[in-house]
Design a binder for this molecule. Structure first.
Ligand SMILES: [Zn+2]
Length: 510
């Protein structure tokens, strides 16, 4: 049976700010999962994109003195080029201003309206202009918007509503029957708690008198659709456009940060039900990167620019730090000092140091030519350590515990370091009678590096490719996880002279 395909999405990012750490983390997780599953035989398709309509965009464009379309073209291009420059580009990039997306949204809205699940009504509520949303009294903190710390404005207007409430019971039953539909589990419990209270209906329009920068409702041209149908249908429209909906949509996995849990866990599935589309397969929810104990937020200033971090420390060190220091689902504290400590401590001293030691001995004793194996018990234990690491790290990635996967790989590398100390090839090399044993030890270590390259590939793709090249192996075999220990290096195979994979760095002062 062919493996189930995997359709992975990041949210479409709102173009009122340039790419920052939060965007980068979500997109990185999509990249890690795509690499991991592709190497294990699954078809993977990834989509990211930009959310380009709304008051805030219209205002930001006016402030910049340009038309909204010109403004969103520019910021959207920044997102696209950032993902390309950081190696995180997806298979498709959707923009909510794409004519195909606009037409798709209008078609779905017209369908749902025709079935009677969209109605006209009046709405009065507390509105935060910064958030572009109405607030419930109980969501406010001391009468103020929790994000903007300003009191909302009471406004009343006639609008269109989606009959979300009608689908509440079906949705609750779905999440109760599918324990892995929202992970980690804490977020599913949060959603089930929300579903014990009436969820109400959802206001889905804004009058053009107040907002023109949006998709016109197909059944009333005095209105544009507001946020949710426009934004969330971007998960389906790129598949529709490519004729991939039937094949991929049922295998959708949405990666999101916890601040958009409710729209994804309540609005979106009820919209899908009303549209007669299957529900997504899974919602994967991560926490916040915090700085100075505040939320990493586009509106609060403390910004980490992915291209700047890449320029300072390299993309793989940045990736490693993000994957190693956040437990998926929980919050973590971002610190450049911690990143540097990981780079020097884990990467330079770990995989980097082992690589240069092994390649240096290969060069010094054998001009890089890999010698025959002659396995002893200690050699078998080394191999076993890497077999264990592979099994553990695979299980951890499947459970989204990326930090644990990296710990498992680090344990195997530690084992290899001890193996070097205990077998002491640098001492044996002084005795010409031990030359064959020295060669055999180095062969085992080359295998350890070979497996290490394959294990780190989803997390550290540049490093894996460099290490693979240093070992003299053909690039296409990097994904060949069935390659047996001892089968990678044919007689006469030559490894390259050592280079520093991770030069140590000092923390760059501000
Ligand atoms: Zn607000």
């Amino acid at each position: 049976m062919p493996a189930e395909p995997l359709y992975l999405t990041t949210p479409i990012f709102y173009v009122n700010a340039e790419p920052h750490l939060g965007h980068t983390y979500t997109t990185l997780i999509a990249d890690v999962l795509a690499r991991f599953w592709r190497a294990r035989g699954r078809r993977v398709f990834r989509v990211t994109g930009t959310d380009e309509h709304g008051d805030k965009i219209a205002q930001a464009a006016a402030k910049a003195g340009v038309a909204p379309k010109e403004f969103v073209d520019r910021i959207s291009a920044t997102f696209r080029s950032t993902w390309e420059a950081t190696g995180l580009a997806c298979d498709a990039f959707v923009r909510t201003t794409d004519p195909h997306h606009v037409a798709f949204v209008q078609r779905i809205l017209a369908d749902i309206h025709a079935r009677g699940d969209i109605y006209f009504g009046s709405y009065r509520g507390l509105y935060c202009f910064g958030c572009e949303r109405f607030y419930q009294e109980r969501e406010l903190v001391d009468g103020r918007c929790p994000d903007h710390q300003v009191p909302p404005t009471e406004i009343a207007e006639e609008n269109y509503f989606f009959r979300m409430q009608a689908y509440q019971e079906r949705l609750r039953e779905h999440f109760e029957a599918h324990p892995d539909a929202i992970v980690p589990e804490g977020y599913r419990r949060e959603v089930l708690a929300l579903l014990r209270e009436p969820i109400g209906d959802l206001c889905i329009s804004r009058p053009k008198s107040r907002l023109t920068w949006g998709i016109t409702l197909p059944f009333d041209e005095r209105y544009v659709t507001y946020v949710w149908f426009d934004a969330l249908l971007s998960y389906v429209s790129p598949l529709e456009e490519r004729g991939l909906r039937a094949e991929l949509w049922p295998h959708a996995h949405h990666l999101i940060a916890k601040d958009i849990l409710k729209p994804h866990a309540i609005y979106w599935p009820t919209m899908l039900m009303a549209a007669g589309l299957p529900l997504y397969r899974r919602l994967l929810v991560h926490g916040y990167w915090q700085m100075d104990a505040g939320k990493m937020s586009k509106s609060l200033g403390n910004i980490v620019r992915p291209l700047e971090v890449k320029a300072r420390y390299g993309m793989d060190a940045f990736r490693y730090y993000l994957l190693r220091d956040m437990a998926f689902g929980q919050d973590a504290e971002f610190s450049e000092a911690a990143l540097v400590a990981r780079l020097n401590g884990d990467l330079a001293n770990g995989l980097g140091n082992l690589t240069s030691r092994v390649l240096a001995m290969q060069q010094r004793y054998f001009q890089g030519v890999v010698q025959p194996r002659a396995p002893e018990e200690r050699d078998d234990l080394l191999r076993a350590a890497f077999v264990t690491a592979r099994g553990e790290s695979d299980e951890h990635v499947k459970g989204l515990a990326f930090h644990r996967a990296l710990e498992s790989i680090a344990r195997a590398l530690d084992h290899a370091d001890r193996y070097v100390v205990e077998t002491a090839p640098f001492t044996l090399a002084k005795d010409p009678a031990k030359r064959a044993r020295v060669g055999a030890i180095l062969h085992e270590l080359c295998e350890a590096l070979r497996v290490a390259a394959q294990l780190v590939e989803p997390f550290l793709p540049e490093t894996a490719a460099r290490l693979w090249g240093l070992l003299g192996l053909p690039g296409e075999r990097l994904q060949d996880l069935d390659l047996a220990w001892g089968a990678a290096f044919a007689p006469g195979h030559t490894t390259a002279p050592p280079v520093a994979l991770f030069p140590r760095v000092e923390l760059v002062p501000e």
